[in-house]
Design a protein around this ligand. Structure first.
Ligand code: UN1
Length: 512
């Protein structure tokens, strides 16, 4: 069905004014401020959401603690079965939810649908995982003793998510946390509150049908004060936060003050190295989607291209031509490649960055600029830009959440890897090469220092099956696939004596 925006909102159960705090099937009217959600697509008001305050925060966390007492006793595969049904509900709602993501956040419809697909994929992954939360057995040094470890749920997991992946990043956390036996409190971005309500409504229906206790899925919309309450709250043993490095540092400081755990997925400054023997057609395609996809607002966006001197000019020309063919406009129109930035503040940051590039001595290969006129009324549409720069420029060292691609020249692979690693962030990286030697060097211990290192694909668009996250200022957390689930559980080592004497470990004698 070809949904119009009105149909999308009604199908998903969204109203003009929505309550923004919920413990599942219950919604609370609270004293927090009203958040208005304007679409960057056309600048129109989509709807509003009442944010939470300290009182509702407290109420929600109390409910989550009650829910945890019950939820943790459900067998993990039973919890998995509920998540399987959530996955099915997402399949049914893929079109309207994908469209809402696209309209509220501004990414292309393809990418909005892709984001919902990531949610479905993580549900499937979590279902399998619900039968595989394995621990190890170890051999005890004492006779008639058995030693093993088991993984238990940890409690209330706080989730802070960003505007750029308004639904998928929450689902990576929530689906794993739920099969692990945890309960969740989600604080979504203030820029995409309606997406959070749509998700909560979808989940609540499935939870009610299965008798899942009230409080397993909680939502508290609001501003940064909600994030601060979460970080400081001892009842929240794990805070998983996605967003800027500035935000992550603040969260980490507060959480570590009370010796809680934080799982951080922060900024990137991702580069693709293009070697002299690379397939240029693939390289240009990879760089193009990486740099301008989601209008440069992914944490995995390609921000730097480190290109071998011998092919530098050719790459530059090819990119210029490719950028010339990009169509910028309404992201719901499949003919467009690039949609708007999230808001006018983001446009300002984009403009500031372009100025800094110029001041530092960068040379524009493709000039940027803000688009005006019909179709661009929201004032959030910008032209993807390319500049030739030095890696050391202050602005190049900085993550600007916009489609600005930096071109950097290199001569030896060592130099390229040094430049690639020569930033504070360490999320994603790629090498485009046909040389086995270059590839292995890039992937070796002295190669890329990032959490993600790819060969012959771009820096963005990771699959959910791998662990997602990065080093240095990216925060060190790993979410989604592989064994990322362990972050959501506590490990318990158990030693059992089935003999009739009490030997001490390390051969210690303590007789009386
Ligand atoms: C993000 O931008 O916070 O790898 C997440 C990617 C997506 C996830 C990005 N699968 O680009």
């Amino acid at each position: 069905k070809n949904f119009g925006i009105k149909d999308v909102l009604t199908t998903l159960g969204l109203k003009k004014n929505n309550q923004g705090v919920s413990t599942g099937s219950k919604w609370y009217r609270s004293g927090g401020g009203l958040i208005e959600s304007y679409s960057p697509v056309d600048g129109k008001l989509i709807g509003s959401v009442y944010g939470g305050d300290e009182k509702t925060w407290d109420k929600v966390v109390k409910q989550s603690e009650e829910a945890f007492k019950i939820w943790r006793t459900w067998p993990a595969p039973k919890r998995g079965e509920v998540v399987r049904q959530v996955g099915d509900a997402l399949r049914k709602n893929k079109d309207p939810l994908g469209k809402l993501v696209s309209y509220e956040m501004g990414k292309s419809l393809q990418e909005g649908l892709g984001e919902v697909q990531e949610m479905i994929d993580i549900c499937d992954f979590a279902v399998g995982l619900s039968r595989q939360l394995h621990g190890l057995t170890m051999h005890s040094e004492r006779p008639n003793h058995r030693m093993y470890e088991q993984w238990h749920p940890i409690g209330t997991v706080g989730i802070i998510s960003a505007f750029n992946f308004p639904v998928a990043v929450w689902s990576w956390n929530a689906m794993l946390a739920w099969v692990c036996g945890d309960v969740c409190v989600w604080k979504p971005s203030e820029k995409t509150p309606l997406c959070s309500i749509a998700c909560q409504l979808i989940v609540a229906k499935i939870f009610a049908k299965n008798g899942v206790p009230e409080g397993v899925s909680c939502l508290v919309n609001g501003d940064a004060t909600i994030g601060q309450l979460m970080a400081a709250d001892e009842r929240v043993p794990l805070v998983s936060a996605t967003g800027s490095t500035r935000m992550g540092k603040a969260v980490a400081r507060t959480v570590s003050e009370r010796l809680g755990r934080s799982l951080l997925e922060l900024g990137g400054n991702n580069a693709i190295i293009i070697t002299e023997n690379a397939n240029l057609d693939m390289s240009i395609r990879g760089a193009l989607f990486g740099a301008v996809g989601t209008a440069g607002q992914r944490c995995t966006t390609t921000r730097r291209l480190i290109v071998h001197d011998s092919i530098f000019d050719e790459v530059k020309e090819k990119l210029k031509k490719a950028y010339g063919q990009l169509s910028i406009g309404n992201p719901l129109d499949p003919a467009n490649h690039v949609g708007p930035l999230i808001d006018k503040q983001a446009v300002k940051l984009y403009n500031d960055a372009l100025k800094k590039v110029k001041l530092a001595g960068g040379e524009f290969v493709v000039k940027g600029g803000v688009l005006q006129g019909k179709g661009f009324e929201s004032a959030c549409y910008v032209k993807p830009a390319i500049a030739e720069v030095q890696n050391e420029f202050e602005i190049v060292q900085h993550e600007t959440f916009a489609p600005i691609l930096y071109l950097i020249r290199y001569n030896t692979l060592e130099e390229a890897i040094e430049k690639q690693n020569g930033v504070k962030q360490g999320l994603s990286s790629s090498i485009m090469t046909t040389s086995l030697r270059d590839m292995e060097r890039f992937l070796s211990a002295s190669g890329s220092d990032c959490g993600i290192a790819n060969v012959n694909i771009g820096t963005s668009g990771a699959e959910i099956g791998g662990a997602f996250g990065g080093e240095k200022e990216t925060g060190g957390g790993r979410e989604s696939g592989s064994d990322a689930w362990r972050a959501y559980m506590r490990r318990q080592t158990n030693t059992i004596n089935f003999g009739e004497t009490l030997p001490l470990a390390q051969g210690i004698k303590f007789d009386i």
